[in-house]
Design a protein around this ligand. Structure first.
Ligand SMILES: [Zn+2]
Ligand SMILES: [Zn+2]
Length: 399
């Protein structure tokens, strides 16, 4: 069966690539992707699928019901681009300045549509249902969470017993190599906003003002100290202050100073704890200097956790389909984050990376995902499509 699916995927690799190139040339950002949605609907036309489109986002949910009864498996592909002007030299490069599928989501969409085609052809053998989740707004808008609230997990009737997602990488992994790990796969990413409220005055008379700048500087240093002194190095925290703004000129003490930090964590417990400790530190240091601060967290995506059993299943399936040599056990989680985490909070599953670095380029120095020069090779498409389909087929057969 596995060889059959690889051959069938290879046979439609031309149309998968065509869909990918079409989405790549006209990329769309965020939750509203009308052109991409239309292209997906066209690609699914004629297949025996129950299709619903999102209400508050341009998602596509397609359900394939197998001829035989069984459980339900969910496959997810995200569709959105990034606000980047493409500099990669490819024949299908983005025609829209300021928009580029720089994270390779165009490949995910095309592979998932290809998998829908392969599985539809096997409807008679299929024991159970497959939900194809075509998702907008992965990069910042939490489209997965919105699709869950609009019922994607209930699309087939019973809830999925497993969920899988593939994500291509333009660097680090060689072309066609899968990678992943059981347990924590990606970080949670939250944002800390701090404004220190002082009282402005003359730069020559600081004792008559309340200078917020040294206090804000002390907060930045103390937050870094907190990371190394209060958290286990094996359940780490990554903190980066990415903006810091205060003042207008050298001889004026400003009223306030503000900074914003991204905080990445790898467990739910540490994620909660860092919020508590950071806010306490900000309040206490600020009040120790006689000033006030507004400090708050804006929640990003939760930790992406691969279920042990589902990850082992996905690894076995990948190795059987593509060979042991093409599966790499990732030693560490990635410090990026993913909104597939919302699906994995509710359904056991696995998120795997798929190398798509063009041949002849060293993955170690290739342009990273999100770079204006990132390139993802079409050669990853057929195998990614086959793997999506095989995960669903085999999981339903084993359920
Ligand atoms: Zn991305
Ligand atoms: Zn991505």
């Amino acid at each position: 069966m596995a060889a059959g699916i690889l051959a069938d995927a290879a046979a439609i690799s031309g149309e998968i690539a065509e869909l990918r190139h079409s989405i790549h040339a006209e990329p769309e950002i965020g939750l509203d992707l009308p052109k991409t949605q239309r292209k997906v609907l066209e690609a699914l036309e004629g297949l025996p699928l129950e299709i619903t489109c999102g209400q508050s986002l341009s998602s596509v949910t397609a359900v394939l019901r197998g001829a035989r009864p069984g459980k339900t498996v969910l496959l997810r592909g995200d569709m959105d681009a990034l606000p980047v002007t493409e500099r990669a030299d490819v024949p299908y490069s983005s025609q829209i300045p300021g928009a580029m599928p720089a994270c390779g989501h165009d490949l995910h969409t095309a592979m998932l549509a290809g998998a829908a085609r392969l599985l539809s052809a096997r409807q008679a053998d299929l024991a159970g249902n497959v939900i194809f989740m075509f998702q907008p707004g992965e990069e910042t808008s939490g489209g997965a969470r919105i699709m869950i609230s609009e019922g994607v997990l209930a699309a087939a009737g019973d809830r999925p017993c497993a969920a899988y997602a593939l994500h291509v990488a333009s660097s680090l992994l060689p072309l066609g190599v899968l990678a992943g790990r059981a347990g924590t796969a990606l970080a949670a990413a939250d944002t800390l906003h701090v404004t220190v409220r002082g009282r402005g005055g003359h730069g020559s008379q600081p004792h008559l003002a309340s200078d917020p700048i040294p206090v804000a500087c002390e907060l930045v240093t103390s937050l870094h100290t907190m990371v190394t002194r209060r958290f286990d190095v094996f359940d780490p925290v990554v903190l980066t202050v990415g903006t810091f703004h205060a003042g207008t000129t050298d001889n004026v003490i400003p009223d306030d100073a503000a900074f914003v930090a991204t905080i990445r964590t790898f467990s739910a417990q540490t994620r909660d704890r860092v919020k508590d400790l950071a806010l306490r530190l900000v309040r206490q240091i600020t009040s120790g200097h006689g000033l006030d601060a507004d400090a708050s967290f804006v929640d990003g995506y939760p930790v992406t956790v691969n279920d042990q059993a589902e990850f082992a299943f996905a690894e076995r399936t990948s190795s059987d389909l593509l060979g042991d040599a093409r599966f790499l056990a990732a030693p560490f989680p990635l410090t990026g984050s993913e909104d597939f985490s919302y699906v994995l909070e509710q359904v056991p599953g696995a998120f795997l990376m798929l190398g798509a670095c063009p041949p002849g380029i060293d993955p170690a120095t290739a342009a990273y995902n999100h770079s204006a020069e990132a390139r993802f090779d079409d050669a990853a498409l057929a195998d990614g499509t086959a793997l999506y389909a095989e995960l669903a087929l085999r999981r339903l057969a084993e359920a």
